[in-house]
Design a protein around this ligand. Structure first.
Ligand code: GSH
Length: 341
């Protein structure tokens, strides 16, 4: 059987998410740099995005390309049972999926906002990106690429919802997240217990940039949570961590800080997802609303409406007892509105 291939870039947050997850899961894989000879010899990307994974088909041939990290994780859960990242308890698995979306779809706003709205962060991050694609580029090529890439990203900053109105809210949310993350991790080393879930990997992906490389959010994280630096570094490779089913937290007796973390999700991320989905459903290109008492305005992000649908499906698939157990934990956090009606 051929090892599967992860195609991406070591400076892409979503690539890092999947690479670290594969290591924890002890799934044999080869990491392939996008744009290199090795990636050209593989089936093409299913979407114009990285990362993607090439799975072996029934004959062991590498033919089956899958994009988008959440479906990739789902497929890995189906194909390999050991060391799963989705909790066995289906109600807890909904919280894990919610945390994964928070990482993917909200912390990515923090990442994009700091990186492409602050000159220092733009300069720092774009300066090395060319070399990640072409290690032998000349300094002139590197600088030309940095300028081109920064211009392109800055022109797209509105897509993720960073603008003058939303910037301060995004920055405050990064600070509050670090505070609650730090308090929560005093109870257990991962978001949902003594083993990492998909939620940890979702948050980790964005934190590779926010905590490890980009100067402004990194300075904030060093001030509020030195633990976040150690955690993010450690998340890269948990292949040696031994885990079993009892390592998940008990959803019926969760630590109080889980409630605090969910309240943070319920403050901006959850109402944002609902407003965005409403706008997508009515075909609006832009939407304006109030989040946590402050005005919010951004372009509608159709992909994020799809993410919300995935979350709702998970909830709808629960039995009545598990719905009640989950409702009990979500109640009063602001997250319960996701699944109401
Ligand atoms: N939702 C996607 C997001 C992937 C994504 O945004 N990838 C970025 C790099 S981290 C990308 O490929 N961007 C291509 C571009 O900017 O043109 C996932 O979960 O994989």
């Amino acid at each position: 059987m051929n090892d599967l291939r992860l195609v991406g870039s070591s400076v892409s947050p979503y690539t890092r998410k999947v690479r670290a997850l594969l290591r924890f899961r002890r799934i044999p894989f080869q990491f392939v740099r996008k744009g290199g000879r090795e990636s050209d010899d593989l089936p093409p990307a299913p979407l114009p995005l990285i990362p993607y994974v090439i799975f072996p088909d029934r004959n062991g041939e590498l033919t089956d390309a899958l994009g988008d990290t959440t479906p990739i994780i789902n497929r890995l859960e189906d194909d390999y049972t050991a060391r799963a990242v989705r909790p066995k308890d289906p109600a807890l698995a909904v919280i894990d999926a919610l945390l994964e979306e928070f990482g993917d779809e909200w912390l990515s706003k923090c990442m994009f906002h700091f990186r492409w709205s602050k000159a220092l962060d733009t300069q720092t991050s774009s300066s090395y990106l060319a070399y990640a694609m072409n290690m032998t580029a000349t300094p002139e090529q590197g600088e030309a690429f940095a300028r081109m890439f920064a211009e392109r990203q800055i022109s797209r900053i509105g897509v993720v919802g960073s603008n003058e109105t939303t910037g301060p809210l995004i920055e405050e949310s990064w600070e509050r997240y670090l505070d609650v993350f730090d308090r929560h991790l005093q109870n257990q080393p991962f978001l949902l217990g003594n083993r990492p879930g998909a939620g940890d990997y979702g948050c980790f992906g964005q934190m590779t940039m926010l905590v490890l490389t980009d100067p402004t959010p990194q300075a904030v994280s060093r001030r509020i949570s030195p633990r976040a630096f150690a955690w993010t570094e450690a998340m890269e490779d948990h292949s040696g961590l031994e885990v079993d089913d009892s390592d998940w937290i008990d959803l019926d007796a969760p630590p109080e800080t889980l409630n605090d973390l969910l309240c943070e999700l319920g403050r901006l991320f959850v109402p944002f997802m609902l407003e965005n989905a409403k706008a997508a459903a009515s075909g609006d290109k832009m939407f304006e609303c109030e989040l946590d008492g402050s005005p919010w305005v951004q372009e509608t992000f159709v992909y994020q409406a799809k993410c919300l649908k995935w979350l709702k499906q998970r909830y709808d698939n629960l039995g009545e007892n598990d719905k009640a157990r989950l409702d009990n934990v979500l109640s009063g956090t602001g997250c319960e509105v996701l699944f109401a009606g």
